[in-house]
Write a protein that binds this ligand. Structure first.
Ligand code: GLY
Ligand code: MN
Length: 361
């Protein structure tokens, strides 16, 4: 049976005998640690995972060992720096070449590894990313649950909208709804914007108050057993003008065109173009100012597929991507609609299922 470990080593094809994932402090932990241990919670600061084709061994502290209980990994719990270095040395000394994940390894982490291991070190990041890009059944199950949770929270937004509320208030209500629906927390700080600020794709919510005639954009996601969802819905507070409705329906048609284009073997740039051509065929030409989507998994931007005009790669069955066309008119407003899909044998299956019609509240 293929496991994550055996899959990685068939991609490595002899390039390394083991892969060592080294975590430093909280902001420099490598999500591959969670991937190869299958941990459902934990931060794993200052921990190391030694990954081989047959299994995973971990060196960690007493603080994190509890999160690894019951998992199919060998755990060595250490206290001092010397014990840590000795444990890593004894796990790695028999290997001639070890692979590292260079983009996530700090200089401090590299030096610590070098104190324990004197053999050859190679960068295995490309093979690790390839391995992560295609999700296994367990991962799809977790992402799907994360998406269901976020969709239920999204469907509660219309009833949350009250004249005079601030963007920050809506962001905080949305975060509470995520917890209430079964998430272990937001997958990123929610983007919530009203009226003119909906034209800024990566806006942070502030003190702006909701008034009649505003578009309302909410881009957020939750986590379930560490796996992320990422969804965007845009609503109308009050009655929409013809132009606001046209803006919404244009973006929705662009998303439909993208769904139809997503299938194994499709060029990622062609999928982006399918959506972009719809928007560029209207008065909103040139207003779709970002890529169509990105891979989703343990991270919100999970690497792997990138749906953009610059992509050169093709989609594969088992990949999970966001599909998030948008059109933004400066000082007026913007619309983005984002759903998450998994690639099936012949197309894609939507994992988010929140209402997608233009809703006037
Ligand atoms: N959800 C924000 C983004 O994908 O950029
Ligand atoms: Mn996204």
């Amino acid at each position: 049976m293929e496991t994550r470990n055996s899959r990685l080593f068939s991609l490595l094809d002899g390039k390394a005998d083991a892969v060592v994932i080294v975590n430093s402090g909280d902001s420099h932990t490598d999500h591959n640690f969670k991937y190869f241990t299958r941990a459902k919670s934990g931060i794993f600061e200052g921990s190391v995972a030694v990954v081989t084709a047959r299994g995973t061994s971990v060196v960690t502290s007493v603080l994190e060992a509890g999160s690894l209980k019951g998992l199919d990994v060998k755990v060595r719990t250490v206290g001092t720096r010397k014990q840590f270095e000795n444990a890593v040395a004894s796990l790695t000394s028999r290997f001639r070449k070890i692979g590292i994940n260079a983009p996530s390894l700090t200089y401090q982490g590299y030096r610590a590894l070098r104190r324990s291991y004197k053999g050859k070190i190679v960068d295995a990041s490309e093979e690790i990313a390839k391995c992560r890009a295609v999700k296994d059944r367990d991962e799809v199950r977790k992402i799907a649950e994360s998406c269901r949770i976020a969709s239920r929270a999204a469907d509660r937004i219309p009833e949350m909208l009250k004249e005079g509320m601030t963007e920050s208030e809506l962001a905080s209500r949305l975060s509470i709804a995520l917890y209430e629906e079964g998430s272990e927390g937001p997958s990123f700080s929610p983007i919530v914007s009203f009226g003119k600020t909906t034209a800024i794709p990566h806006y942070f919510p502030g003190k702006l108050k909701l008034k009649k005639g505003d578009l309302v954009l909410a881009d957020f996601g939750g986590k379930y057993e560490m796996y992320c969802s990422d969804i965007t819905r845009t609503y109308m507070f009050g009655k929409a003008t013809e132009r606001q409705r046209l803006l919404y329906e244009t973006v929705k048609s662009a998303q439909d065109a993208a769904f139809a284009a997503i299938k194994p073997g499709a060029l990622e740039s062609d999928v982006d173009a399918a959506a972009r051509n719809v928007i560029d065929g209207t008065e909103f030409k040139g207003r779709f100012i970002h890529g169509l989507g990105h891979g989703l998994g343990l991270q919100v931007h999970d690497g792997g597929p990138v749906l953009s005009p610059r992509s050169r790669d093709r989609l594969e069955e088992g990949m999970v991507v966001t599909v998030e066309p948008g059109a933004y008119v400066e000082s007026y407003g913007g619309v983005r609609i984002e759903d998450d899909v998994v690639l099936t044998r012949s197309g894609c299956r939507k994992l988010t299922d929140a209402k997608r019609d233009f809703i006037e509240v």
